[in-house]
Design a protein around this ligand. Structure first.
Ligand code: MLT
Length: 312
């Protein structure tokens, strides 16, 4: 048994994370997707650090009698059962602002990619096909961007896409018109947003109320040319309804970074030319991973020293 507190890294975290933890801990690399290995590694662990592939649930806490803190190196806590952690006396910490710029930038990249057919044109040219007219796109200037959820990430997307000359409309029941105005956006109802937007981008947390919030009815309300982007949470868009809407030509295309079940490699819409998919890359930049890792490493240090952990 180790004489130093044990911190288990259940997923690959940035080198800066380990550096920020410092020499006072035994750092143990584990694999959160391999439950047997994770349980063995947690037997004498004081802290565990996860990204999004590890389910930190009641069973995990029951296997870790010494566990004092579970740290999510990211914004959301979808894969951490906070109630079970609290019942087990385990503190939960995360890094709520670490990757907002990265997530916003990936969203903007997807919007631009959809508008200009970058992904299918790239595929075709690599396959030896020079098809200029087939991949003619649309300008974003003067088009309407509908931002569903004008929080930290949605706000950054709004500001950035405004610079492309887009008109920004947004739905967010928690944001005032004054704040929306500051971000260059005008608040509208969800229905108005789906009706008017040329691009719909969703930036909501995953809750029982938001799961499937973009489904058959919403797709039918959208313009047949509309692009739909989800770099937020898998499941906000009903995946079956998305496939049906694409098949029926109810929307113009989609860019999806997050899925109801991850990893996902063979959903029906993956083979469509007007769909671009990425494997949950919103937070996957050197900068975001460094910020997330360092932020939660500091919280873990404080928590294990019995000190107050400030809100990030
Ligand atoms: C987040 O919640 O911040 C991201 O999903 C983190 C990640 O990709 O690991």
């Amino acid at each position: 048994m180790s004489t130093r507190p044990v911190v288990v890294l259940a997923e690959e975290l940035s080198p800066a994370t380990v550096e920020a933890l410092g020499p006072d801990f035994e750092i143990r690399q584990s694999d959160g997707t391999d439950r047997a290995r994770l349980f063995a590694d947690l037997a004498d662990a004081d802290a565990v650090m996860v990204r999004s592939a590890t389910q930190a649930d009641a069973e995990v806490f029951s296997q870790a009698p010494r566990l004092k803190v579970v740290a999510r190196a990211g914004v959301g806590l979808d894969n951490v059962d906070v109630k079970a952690a609290t019942e087990a006396g385990v503190m939960v910490v995360n890094a709520p602002t670490s990757n907002i710029v990265s997530a916003a930038e990936l969203t903007c990249a997807h919007i631009l990619g959809l508008a200009r057919n970058i992904s299918p044109a790239h595929e075709a040219l690599k396959a030896g096909e020079w098809k200029r007219s087939k991949y003619s796109g649309v300008e974003l200037q003067d088009k309407v961007l509908g931002v569903v959820g004008l929080g930290r990430i949605g706000g950054l997307v709004a500001e950035r896409m405004k610079a492309f000359g887009m008109e920004i409309i947004a739905f967010d029941p928690y944001v005032t018109s004054a704040r929306a105005h500051q971000l260059g956006a005008q608040l509208v109802t969800l229905e108005e947003l789906y009706e008017q937007a040329d691009v719909v981008t969703v930036h909501m947390p995953k809750t029982p109320e938001t799961i499937g919030m973009i489904g058959p009815e919403q797709f039918r309300t959208m313009k047949s040319s509309a692009f739909v982007v989800n770099v937020a949470r898998g499941g906000l868009i009903d995946e079956e309804a998305l496939e049906t809407a694409l098949e029926a030509g109810e929307i113009g295309g989609a860019a999806i970074d997050v899925f109801s079940a991850e990893p996902s490699t063979d959903l029906p819409f993956f083979s469509r030319e007007n769909v671009v998919v990425t494997p949950h890359l919103g937070a996957s930049t050197a900068e975001a991973q460094e910020k997330a890792g360092v932020s939660v490493a500091k919280s873990v240090r404080l928590a294990l020293a019995g000190e107050l952990v400030p809100d990030a």
